[in-house]
Design a protein around this ligand. Structure first.
Ligand SMILES: NC(=O)c1ccc[n+]([C@@H]2O[C@H](COP(=O)([O-])OP(=O)(O)OC[C@H]3O[C@@H](n4cnc5c(N)ncnc54)[C@H](O)[C@@H]3O)[C@@H](O)[C@H]2O)c1
Length: 462
């Protein structure tokens, strides 16, 4: 099939390269000449595992091309995808102006009927508006389909190839056939779910809102665990055994970020406001998330005798999660902002997101070459992103490098007992405080015997 993709960002490029890798001919359109020039020169301007290789292979095979001219894509296309951004407006509503502009451009560029597929995350009713705009500009009606993207950044290529489900929203089932055929090549029929466009649009928001709710729920439970002396890591493991709950996406920490969950949660609240349907649950999901970085900051400030002024704080991780360099709405940025206004000097390190962060944070902070340089003479280090690099740490070296060996773990990546045995003050989210006496000392071999400290954690230290 010949496919046009309007918007060559995370979603557009993965969609384009994914279909090209399955033998289709795809032309990507973007309004950013820099992005198109970079892709034409073979450089994917952001980090996503496996994407660069997929793009190179498709370009070399003559199945993937890039342009800023939409008519080039429209000329030969059998169908057009819209994958432009829908960032939040100041009032939390989704800004759909780029989607409507893309619809307008498509309407002007096409000379025959073809499905226009909305891949962007859009408020309920948007796909119907896209259909009207395309028809108005083209002078003839085209099917408009909703096909929300569920990819996870960091696992986008994997998710494209093995999606948990493909949702196709249409106004008439016959109109969805071409898109069903496109996916049927590699997705089992039972995973291609055809619904009406409004339900399709809502299913994307509902999914993200639910994921956000799981995280905020665990963060609220973590606060209670902290206050009552329970260990949220054990609590969530126990919960995860219940198949009705499941073990995924229950990690407490610094809160969710990224380009999707924060904005989509706000968009759901906004849709409720417009439809006069109160959304108290989603409002609280959002506010619990907003306060998480401040909670960590509070712990950090407490550990540093009540003041950050004049202290050097190292920050490990800037990306909103591991395996991406995306810093959009990253919790690290909010934390750094607060650290700076509280008078701390800040030094940061991220394995992939340094350039992306520099573009936002500028020269006000220090950028380290690696995680050890980052903590040199620091008064504390905060772990913000769950990169695997921050999992395997030489704690003795860290202790030797730091001014004060204080670690605030915003992702609960480490074992409090193990770190405390290195003489490091360790704080995490919703877990037994570092000063708890486990009856162990540094000579005890934590790996000896049948999960010695696991059983202590399970049955309690007392
Ligand atoms: N990033 C994710 O993980 C993810 C996952 C699922 C869904 N989504 C949704 O997919 C959509 C796209 O997200 P993204 O992260 O890929 O955004 P992005 O900002 O990375 O990419 C959007 C691209 O669209 C281009 N663009 C804007 N207006 C255009 C126009 N009129 N014509 C051509 N190009 C235009 C921009 O220059 C940009 O390159 C959003 O609605 C988002 O919510 C994103």
């Amino acid at each position: 099939m010949k496919i046009g993709v309007v918007g060559t960002g995370y979603v557009g490029l993965v969609t384009a390269a994914g279909f090209a890798s399955r033998g289709h001919h795809v032309t990507c359109v973007d309004i950013s000449p820099e992005k198109i020039a970079s892709l034409e020169s073979g450089v994917v301007p952001w980090y996503e595992p496996g994407l660069s290789e997929l793009v190179t292979e498709a370009v070399e095979g003559g199945r993937l091309a890039f342009t800023t001219d939409i008519s080039v894509a429209a000329e030969s296309a059998d169908l057009m995808f819209v994958a432009v951004g829908t960032p939040p407006n100041d009032d939390g509503s989704a800004d759909t102006s780029a989607v409507f502009k893309a619809a307008e451009d498509i309407g002007k560029a096409i000379t025959r009927q073809m499905p226009v597929v909305v891949r962007s995350t859009v408020p309920v009713g948007t796909t119907e508006k896209v259909r009207a705009i395309v028809a108005e500009e083209a002078g003839f009606d085209c099917p408009a389909l909703s096909n929300p993207e569920f990819l996870r950044e960091g696992k986008a290529v994997e998710d494209f190839n093995a999606p948990s489900r493909v949702v196709i929203g249409c106004q008439h089932y016959g109109e969805a056939q071409k898109l069903v055929d496109l996916y049927s090549d590699f997705v089992a029929p039972g995973l291609i779910l055809t619904v009406d466009t409004r339900s399709s649009e809502m299913s994307k928001y509902a999914s993200n809102a639910f994921l956000a709710a799981k995280i905020s729920f665990m963060n609220e439970i973590a606060s209670l665990c902290e206050a009552l002396g329970a260990d949220v890591e054990d609590v969530r493991k126990v919960m995860g055994f219940d198949p009705r709950i499941g073990s995924k996406h229950l990690a407490p920490g610094i809160g969710y970020g990224g380009s999707c969950l924060p904005k989509d949660t706000l968009a759901v609240i906004d849709m409720g406001r417009r439809a006069d349907v109160p959304m108290p649950l989603m409002e609280n999901v959002h506010s619990v998330n907003e306060r998480q970085p401040a909670r960590l900051l509070q712990r950090l400030t407490g550990a540093l005798d009540g003041s950050l002024s004049g202290k050097t704080v190292a920050v490990w991780g800037l990306a909103f999660k591991q395996d991406t360099d995306d810093v959009r709405n990253a919790p690290a940025l909010r934390l750094i902002d607060r650290l700076a206004s509280d008078g701390a000097s800040i030094r940061v390190f991220d394995p992939m997101a340094m350039d992306a962060a520099k573009a936002v944070l500028g020269d006000e902070i220090e950028y380290a070459e690696d995680m050890y340089e980052c903590v040199a003479d620091a008064d504390a280090v905060v772990i913000v992103t769950d990169w695997s690099d921050f999992k395997t740490v030489d704690w003795q070296r860290i202790k030797g490098l730091m001014n004060h060996p204080i670690v605030v773990d915003g992702r609960n990546m480490h074992d409090p007992i193990e770190i405390s045995l290195h003489g490091i003050d360790y704080y995490s989210v919703g877990r037994v405080p570092a000063e708890t006496d486990y009856g162990l000392d540094a000579d005890d071999d934590l790996d000896a015997g049948p999960d010695m400290h696991e059983s202590i954690r399970t049955f309690g230290a007392d």
